[in-house]
Design a protein around this ligand. Structure first.
Ligand SMILES: [Zn+2]
Length: 365
């Protein structure tokens, strides 16, 4: 028996909702988080036909990349596909959860999957959010070290670059004297206790700090957990928009675009002048990535693979790189596969299904 809330907790340990962009509306959009999951249907776009598919497959939760309710909804009268889809979900007890720009900004999310599909190496974030990092120092009983580690690593503390489970521990003597009103696990009111403790240190990103503090308190038997939260001058470069990676060997631009077209099954790729260039450094961003063009140029990318470029924006390539607009749906389609993988690895009490529908609203002739 798994609740929607348990699924959300797992996904948001990886990609906290606080990592979404300010305009976004990720999270549980329809349904009650305490509902037991009968099955999950994963898609990019939660449209009416996907809800029909969920009903047919016995799935009471749809996990979508794009939020069905985005700008707010003032009435549900069946006018327009959003209202009709919401109504259909509610009538059929189908919950809808969206994991959008927080999954774009997650370093193992939407863009990491694109990099893998393109066979790129040396992949890093193109425009890091440069969020603040904290050092969390916790003083814990000697025999509770592994409990604390499990709790904090589970809450996402201890990530440095591509390494997880990072911490440092040292031994020392701690002392405390419980006063009136205290309810100590060890020691007595009014007398000082001295005992050996571990000093445990973890790097924690801003997004994971509050969850880490909750995990810390629940892991230890101490009534009051002595801890320090220290803001660091180093910043987190791991999360942010777009990515940059390299091909194993440089290739002709036209051959690279043919490779992209084949991998993503693009109906068409719109691109700027190729000038018979060789390409090796590839910037990429799933979905609407034109806002990252200057970052791609500054990073020395030969090609920028993304979607939703407007006519005038193509001029901004200005001979400095090749813009390749491969289509919004095409660029993000593998996001669904990635979500299915993540959920299947974690949960066994319900089936996780990938939609069989192509929800791309755009056709090519
Ligand atoms: Zn998108």
């Amino acid at each position: 028996m798994t609740t929607i809330n348990e699924l959300i907790t797992h996904l948001e340990n990886l990609a906290p909702r606080s990592m979404q962009e300010s305009y976004d509306n990720s999270g549980l959009l329809i349904g009650n988080k305490n509902t037991t999951i009968s099955g999950v249907l994963v898609c990019l776009d939660c449209v009416e036909s996907v809800v029909d598919e969920a009903i047919a497959k016995g799935c009471n939760l749809i996990v979508a990349h794009h939020p069905l309710i985005f700008k707010g909804l003032k009435r549900i009268t069946g006018s327009g596909y959003v209202e009709r889809t919401v109504e259909k979900c509610i009538k059929n007890d189908i919950a809808v959860y969206a994991i959008h720009t927080n999954f774009d900004n997650y370093h193992q999310g939407v863009n990491a999957e694109i990099g893998r599909r393109l066979g790129l190496t040396n992949v890093k974030v193109l425009s890091p959010k440069s969020e603040a990092l904290y050092k969390l120092v916790v003083f814990c009983p000697e025999n509770e070290e592994s409990l604390l580690n499990d709790a904090l690593f589970g809450a996402g503390a201890g990530h440095i670059g591509n390494y997880s489970h990072c911490n440092f521990s040292s031994e020392g003597m701690g002392s405390f004297q419980p006063e009136d009103g205290a309810n100590p696990m060890v020691g007595e009111i009014g007398s000082r206790t001295i005992l050996s403790e571990k000093r445990m240190e973890y790097v924690v990103s801003e997004h994971r700090l509050s969850a880490s503090l909750v995990a810390m308190r629940s892991a230890l038997s101490y009534e009051e957990v002595a801890h320090d939260i220290i803001k660091l001058s180093n910043v987190n470069q791991q999360e942010g928009s777009g990515m940059l990676g390299e091909l194993a060997e440089s290739m002709r631009a036209i051959d690279f675009l043919k490779h992209v077209k084949q991998v993503f099954g693009c109906g068409a790729i719109r691109f700027t002048d190729l000038e018979d260039k060789q390409v090796k450094k590839i910037a990429f961003c799933g979905g609407s990535g034109s806002f990252l063009l200057n970052h791609a140029i500054a990073a020395g990318a030969d090609v920028f693979v993304t979607a939703d470029f407007k006519y005038h924006e193509f001029f901004d390539a200005d001979g400095q790189l090749i813009i390749a607009d491969i289509g919004h749906y095409e660029s993000e389609q593998f996001t669904s596969n990635l979500l299915v993988d993540i959920l299947t690895k974690k949960f066994t009490t319900f089936a996780v299904r990938l939609t069989e529908l192509n929800t791309n609203p755009i056709n090519y002739l």
